[in-house]
Design a protein around this ligand. Structure first.
Ligand SMILES: [Mn+2]
Length: 277
């Protein structure tokens, strides 16, 4: 595998319940991985129903065969399939959420990949004080970041746009939260689609909070593959280079107009901004 400072990844979903979501590949694991490899992606980001759905040895073998890395694993299935969040007022559900995330961390860590906490952060719900919800989120993250640390990986917390969570919506708010609660093994996900909605200036936020960014979701303003919307990607690419970002740009985008076209557009944009000499 060639060494690049910034690496490319493409999302691969194996969860039928989220069929309308922003994931590029939907075919079975091996087919999608060989397509990703053929296009020259460095890694894949996996969305699985749980942390025990895929045989680890089989995945190790496939990653090796296709010279791909596991960039990250998503935990969204915990919310979509099981309704689990770290801020549910019911302590039994919060506990199940932690168990689900723990399994996902152990799965990813087998392949050196961090787990992402996005929709499983939940929301401040009716009848609950914001302070309480934030405390529950911090408590949950504290437990799972420790498990990740023991496994030699970090944990990724993703600020989402206001239509998906009322917890934290910007990199600034995310950084303040993880610092206030001394969540030292938590890095932030800079999702360019969410940021387009919430940040005053995405490039500036990347420059300001660069040392906290552990993963980037690579999608245009309309969540289509980069190049199909109005994001000023060259400004953002310059910011990522300036902070010496060395993680993944992972295409969490709609498979528009088709999964294969979306993957191709993504790698084209990636190479245009990061691999052109
Ligand atoms: Mn995202």
């Amino acid at each position: 595998m060639t060494k690049k400072t910034i690496k490319s990844a493409v999302t691969l979903a194996l969860v039928p319940e989220i069929k309308t979501g922003p994931w590029i590949y939907w075919e079975e694991l091996e087919t999608s991985m060989s397509k990703a490899a053929a296009l020259g992606f460095d890694g894949i980001e996996l969305f699985t129903p749980s942390g025990t759905n895929i045989d680890n040895n089989h995945l190790t073998q496939l990653l090796k065969t296709h010279s791909l890395e596991l960039a990250a694993v998503g935990t969204g299935a915990g919310k979509v399939i099981h309704g689990l969040t770290l801020t549910d007022p019911n302590p039994a559900i919060r506990e199940q959420a932690i168990s689900f995330i723990k399994e996902m961390i152990l799965f990813g860590a087998q392949h050196g990949a961090p787990a992402i906490i996005g929709s499983m952060q939940g929301n401040v719900v009716n009848g609950i004080e914001r302070e309480q919800s934030v405390a529950w989120l911090a408590e949950g993250l504290e437990i799972v970041e420790k498990i990740a640390f023991e496994q030699g990986v970090f944990l990724i917390y993703e600020p989402l746009n206001r239509y998906e969570t009322n917890m934290f919506n910007t990199l600034a708010a995310g950084v303040e939260f993880i610092q206030h609660h001394t969540l030292t093994n938590v890095k932030l996900l800079a999702d360019l689609f969410h940021m387009n909605i919430e940040e005053d200036n995405s490039a500036k936020s990347i420059l300001n909070y660069g040392n906290h960014i552990g993963h980037v979701h690579f999608a245009d303003s309309n969540r289509r593959p980069m190049g199909n919307g109005q994001t000023n990607m060259s400004e953002i690419a310059n910011a990522l280079k300036e902070i010496h970002y060395t993680g993944y740009l992972s295409a969490e985008a709609f498979p528009w107009p088709t999964p294969d076209d979306a993957a191709q557009q993504t790698i084209y944009s990636f190479n245009h901004y990061f691999n052109s000499k």
